[in-house]
Design a protein around this ligand. Structure first.
Ligand code: FAD
Length: 250
């Protein structure tokens, strides 16, 4: 019995992609890996891809993979470009791109709960209908909440609102054992799931802070003759704590 058949026995309803043509899409991200590397170093097709519809299916996949010692590769919008979603040793790609619901927007509390595959751009559109918006913006608005948390975390407005982790109220993760755990930034294990590329588990749900849409926004463009001059300006700006004082939108 192959892996797909075995997994179907455990999770009959889960969407499994196992045809070579479809799996090909999962052998790369937006980055360009030289052919020499892919041919010599990587097994670049996953054994199979799953597109879970709910947390229960994600739990079943992780329990199965841990039991069988099969690598698991969480995948969001594949925009990271550093190969984190490439199945270098085969295994099961957990494609979270369809796992993207915006579950609940709490207007009085200025917060939103989303599935990990929710796109930043979609959350912003939904929030703006309620007079709210994201605290900070990633470079790729089409990327997923789980993907940005698992990789970067600084973006537009970070000087004012800080790293993405400062906007997390809580998040739920599924551990390799299949255990679902809700954690907050105060929990010691919180840091295991930030910037760690899914190594300790899969982020499945996130409760994020929002803010009021500013009355106006004033982008400024500064020109510097050299990169040194630009960095020196930013250094002085930060040391004087002007980033905190500059609050045209507060
Ligand atoms: C070194 C580096 C630093 C970066 N820093 C920033 C930054 O500070 N600001 C910025 O705007 N952009 C940054 N980027 C770009 C940013 O990572 C991507 O544009 C995007 O946010 C990633 O989201 P994605 O949904 O495309 O993730 P993907 O490319 O699909 O996945 C990225 C990684 O996260 C893992 N992952 C994906 N979803 C989950 C999940 N739900 N649970 C656990 N793991 C998961 C994947 O396995 C993979 O390792 C950085 C890129 C690089 C290479």
């Amino acid at each position: 019995m192959n892996i797909a058949e075995e997994l179907r026995k455990r999770a009959a309803d889960i969407k499994i992609i196992d045809s070579p043509e479809e799996k090909e899409m999962y052998s790369h991200d937006i980055g360009d890996v030289p052919a020499l590397m892919t041919k010599t170093l990587f097994e670049i097709q996953p054994d199979l891809v799953v597109q879970p519809k709910n947390v229960d299916e994600i739990k079943k996949v992780l329990i199965f993979a841990t039991e069988k010692k099969i690598p698991v590769i969480p995948r969001g919008a594949a925009s990271w470009g550093f190969g984190g979603v490439i199945p270098t040793k085969g295994g099961i790609v957990v494609d979270l791109s369809p796992f993207r619901e915006i579950l609940f927007l709490n207007k009085p509390q200025k917060s939103v709960t989303v599935q990990a595959g929710a796109r930043w751009g979609d959350i912003d559109i939904v929030a703006k209908k309620e007079g709210l918006c994201l605290m900070t913006y990633p470079s790729s608005k089409f990327s997923t909440v789980g993907g940005w948390l698992a990789t970067g975390g600084y973006g537009i407005n970070s000087f004012r609102y800080g790293h993405l982790t400062e906007q997390i109220i809580s998040m739920s993760v599924v551990l390799p054992s299949g255990e679902l755990r809700k954690i907050t930034p105060n929990d010691p294990e919180f840091e295991y799931f930030v910037g760690t590329e899914g190594e300790f588990g899969i982020i499945v749900e996130v409760n994020l802070k929002l803010r009021d849409v500013p009355e106006a926004s004033y982008p400024h463009l500064f020109y510097f003759p050299t990169d040194k001059a630009a960095f020196a300006f930013m250094q002085a700006f930060l040391e004087k704590d002007q980033a905190a004082e500059t609050r045209p939108n507060a």
